[in-house]
Design a protein around this ligand. Structure first.
Ligand code: NAD
Length: 497
């Protein structure tokens, strides 16, 4: 939660504990001038950081990783205070962030460093080199739901690629953002390669429209992504947009139903359902539908808000969750909970079956501990329904048949699919992460995530002049052109069928 103090100058805001309403910290609202100053400092730091080279950056980022690991409990406790999530869940997200930081630090040189590429037959006298250079200052705008894991997916990869970072954490979790930057100063005391500016949306907008920003890595809602793109348009600043989702889980006829129910439940309810790649819709093939529902509801009865998961972090989200529960229960068959499950700031699990596919509970991101379950004739119908969404972030398939599961996974609309597990792709640093459609574009994580924060530099070097092949010169004669056409006809002129 967040609370503003209403003064015009030196404005501050409080981050609040969503479970108790108590103040966790008070932070400045950085205006455009403060953002400008931070970006200016970052610009100098970026040159120094780029000069340091891969080995220097790797050593410091691995040290930062160790510092974060040593401070795991302290960070987890602050994540718990600012978001309300249990410390165990906070620990899990920090561990994932550590894994990504390690991967990005170790792999940056191999992925981005200079390497020779083939120059082709026509370029036989040329040496071709490709390398990926840093962009400069990357602006990261983050959400509150995973205040360590999510922004680190951009911050770690941007830093490893040789950029400096100015991070605008969510106004609900500014303390976590500041702590991450403070710990970085232990590993890199010389220059502010990772700074934090705090504030609300307007601070984020100032960052997005700052001319010193080379790229914005935005994670948050689709509606805000559009506003960020508008701000970026002024300077033609490129953007990575990691937005919301309405992820589906498909249960096949030969799936392990206990495991599928367990995964659906955790995917939907953990972090109170406030997960971009959380399970919101479940499609189950007819033959196993009733048994799956028994497995699901039986397990769900053991899960309580305030015990296995925390409160709804952002008070404004409660109204959306309530509206979706009302819509779902009005159009479908309630299996667990209902409107009475909302007892602010907590929401107990809600499961509703047979909700019409055009209900907002099925089409819009709920971001709460609710699940809609639908019976389908077969996995083809499940896939068609799963894919009929404006969003396309991730998804899950449970099946005993690997070939069918892989085929479904490939055809699922979205950047990531987990098979017989839930959200497992997020813990594999080599796998890129990102969406399609309303879920955004661009990728964090993996080699693609490193390249997202770098620009390719192509260099061709002539090693010797090709005798009789002076093609890019006004001294070229007809004989050279004839030789070229002969060669290209030999290489490319034969049809295979
Ligand atoms: P949000 O869009 O409200 O805010 C995200 C960030 O943008 C915050 O830091 C906010 O201050 C800032 N912001 C707000 N207005 C701005 C503006 N005009 N210009 C620049 N910045 C502005 O989102 P949220 O509520 O913090 O996060 C929840 C959303 O994030 C959900 O939709 C969730 O699915 C999504 N999410 C996506 C991923 C992913 O990787 N795809 C990960 C986590 C969360």
């Amino acid at each position: 939660m967040t609370r503003m103090t209403a003064t015009t100058e030196n404005r501050t805001f409080d981050s609040l504990n969503p479970a108790t309403g108590g103040t966790v910290g008070t932070h400045p609202v950085h205006d455009a001038a403060a953002v400008r100053a931070a970006v200016g400092r970052a610009s100098e730091a970026a040159s120094w950081w780029a000069e340091l080279g891969y080995a220097g950056r790797r050593a410091r980022l691995l040290d930062y990783k160790a510092v974060i690991t040593q401070n795991l409990k302290r960070i987890a406790s602050l994540v718990h205070e600012e978001t309300g999530k249990p410390e165990g869940d906070a620990t899990l997200e920090i561990v994932l962030a550590i894994t990504h930081l390690d991967w990005a630090a170790r792999r940056a040189q191999r992925v981005l460093g200079p390497h020779r590429v083939a120059s082709g037959l026509l370029g036989v006298n040329l040496a071709a080199t490709l390398e990926y250079q840093p962009l400069g200052v990357v602006g990261v705008i983050g959400p509150w739901n995973y205040p360590v894991f999510t922004p680190m997916g951009s911050i770690a990869y941007a830093l490893a690629a040789g950029n400096a970072v100015v991070f605008k954490p969510s106004e609900l979790t500014p303390g976590v953002g500041l702590l991450l930057a403070e710990l970085m100063r232990e590993s890199v005391p010389e220059q502010p390669v990772f700074q934090v500016v705090t504030g609300l949306g307007e601070t984020g907008a100032a960052l997005a429209s700052d001319p010193g920003i080379a790229k914005i890595a935005f994670t948050g809602s689709t509606a805000t992504a559009k506003r960020v793109m508008t701000a970026c348009a002024a300077n033609l600043t490129p953007i990575v947009a990691e937005c919301g989702g309405k992820d589906a889980l498909i249960v096949d006829v030969d799936a392990d139903l206990g495991a599928a129910a367990d995964a659906a439940l955790w995917g939907a309810l953990s972090n109170a359902g406030q997960t971009c790649v959380g399970v919101e819709r479940v499609y189950v093939v007819d033959a196993v539908y009733d048994e799956f529902l028994r497995e699901l509801t039986g397990r769900a009865r053991q899960v309580k808000a305030g015990e296995q998961y925390g409160p709804i972090t952002m008070p404004g989200q409660l109204a959306i969750i309530e509206r979706h529960i009302d819509a779902a229960t009005a159009g479908g068959r309630t299996l667990l909970g209902g409107p009475e499950s909302v007892r602010a700031p907590y929401v107990d699990p809600v499961i509703v079956a047979d909700v019409p596919e055009d209900s907002p509970a099925v089409t819009e991101e709920t971001f709460g501990p609710t699940i809609t379950v639908k019976r389908v004739a077969d996995t083809e119908e499940a896939l068609a329904k799963a894919n009929a969404s404006a969003y396309g972030l991730a998804g899950t398939v449970f099946s005993g048949n690997t070939r069918r599961a892989m085929d479904l996974a490939r055809r699922m609309r979205g950047g990531m699919t987990a098979i017989n597990s839930v959200i497992s792709f997020a813990g594999i640093p080599a796998l890129p992460f990102g969406g399609v459609g309303d879920s955004g574009f661009g990728r964090i994580h993996g080699a693609d995530g490193l390249r997202e924060f770098a620009r390719p530099k192509s260099i061709s070097r002539q090693r010797f002049a090709l005798p009789g092949m002076k093609l890019t010169s006004f001294g070229r004669g007809q004989a050279e052109l004839d030789r070229l056409v002969k060669l290209v006809t030999f290489l490319h002129g034969r049809r295979k069928h």
